[in-house]
Design a protein around this ligand. Structure first.
Ligand SMILES: [Zn+2]
Length: 169
């Protein structure tokens, strides 16, 4: 299998050198996770209870096969940009200021992370957060409300698997 490459395609709001240095360390962590055989195996064996995938045109599919879910994850085809399945995870990250509670969110091809959280939380924590948001960039979704199936959606469960792997290194 072709190794997955992680690129920091666009960094917005990274006003200090140390923010960029942190992003580069996180990039390495994500690269480690994305190429980790345990990561792939855990995705293949995960008990996803929400496998919805929203296409760019809004059509909702269910990817009812873990191998297909893994294939989509490894293909690195971001939505809303002209992209091939190039086995590259192109990360476009914006740091923003807000008083709301969340760590961040995704809008189309971009991941938004609250600057205060980016500075405060560990490299590993932000790595799992970016992996969660990147699942949205690919098209996977979850309930907005705290439903019982939300933790078992692709973004949450894959983010959690990533977190477990990062804890072990
Ligand atoms: Zn999410």
């Amino acid at each position: 299998m072709k190794p997955i490459k992680i690129t920091l395609k666009q960094l917005t709001g990274f006003t200090k050198g140390k923010h960029v240095e942190k992003a580069l360390r996180i990039q390495k962590l994500i690269e480690f996770v994305a190429n980790n055989p345990t990561f792939h195996e855990k995705i293949l064996n995960a008990d996803f209870r929400d496998k919805r995938f929203v296409k760019e045109n809004g059509e909702v599919l269910t990817i009812d096969n873990n191998q297909k879910i893994l294939d989509i994850i490894l293909a690195g085809k971001e939505q809303f940009v002209t992209e091939d399945a190039d086995a590259e995870w192109d990360l476009r990250i914006t740091l923003y200021r807000s008083v709301t509670f969340e760590v961040g969110h995704r809008s189309k091809e971009r991941i938004f992370t609250k600057k205060r959280k980016f500075k405060k939380f560990s490299d590993r924590y932000i790595a799992s957060h970016w992996i969660h948001e990147y699942m949205h960039v690919l098209g996977f979704t979850h309930d907005h409300d705290r439903t019982s199936r939300r933790p078992d959606s692709v973004p949450y469960l894959v983010g959690e698997i990533a977190e477990e792997i990062l804890k072990s290194i």
